[in-house]
Design a protein around this ligand. Sequence first.
Ligand code: BDR
Ligand code: CA
Length: 310
Amino acid sequence: MATPIIIDCDPGHDDVFAIWLAAAHPAIQLLAITTVAGNGRIEHTTFNARVACTVAGIQGVPIARGADGPIAGALRPADWIHGANALGGPELPEPTVPLDERDAVTLMADLLSDSPVPVTLVPTGPLTNIAHLVQAHPELLGKIERVVWMGGSTTRGNVTPYAEFNAYTDPEAIAIVLDSGVDFTMVGLNISHQALITREVRDRVRAVGTRTAAFGHELLEFFCSTYEVAEQMPDGPLHDPITVALIADPAVATTVRTRIDVELTGTETRGATSTDLIDILKRPANATVAMDLDVDRFWSMIVDAVAALD
Ligand code: BDR
Ligand code: CA
């Protein structure tokens, strides 16, 4: 049976590929897409989620708008990577798929309540909506199969030396989600920087030859151009779809059980995900962490997904 998931995202170039992989992969049942402020303001990320579905011909998947900012502090969109509209590069078509009338938390709660089996939540942005969900609906925790999040890192950061963008944007949300006791997987920069969008990868996507492929290729070119300037990485990392790939095909990455705590108060390290891979703190494990990516397998999944869409 396909795994039912909800993607909670802030598109964002790599979020778009997460949506596409989820919609196209036969092992995944994409129940809904919810949006959060992160890479861009909520107006942009919500518009862009609808664009992602419109371009690829994804219909019948409800899209609901979520939080317009983190639990504490002000939003700082990642315009240096994703552009002023969070989806720089291609011309964006007017979306033809509707916006659900419900807010993100209400839509997620409705779907969890109605589902005969527990549902996997796949946040690929700040954890704000997921934190609001577990606080507002503790009675639904048993309906969450697990949370598979792109964010954090076992090593370096990308906003500060130690904090990754999604973690840095809303550290309080991470603490709330971890404290809820939900089954939690972190797909951090330590693995996403293995998914490098090489020239060969970009050529393979373009060669698919469809509308989705052309749009996706433009996204990848823009993304790599900003990564080259910002991080001296001309082959930028396609972070977000590793979450979906790991659910669809666990053989795509190795994982370890370990302890994660999030830094809330550090003057230099706020938003760092302290990941105790050597069990030095002797605290109980509270998370699974993705470690090593089967890079060829991953890119084949991405190219196959693009090829399966319009
Ligand atoms: C994460 O932040 C965003 O820029 C990407 O979409 C990804 O979710 C990487 O740090
Ligand atoms: Ca994202």
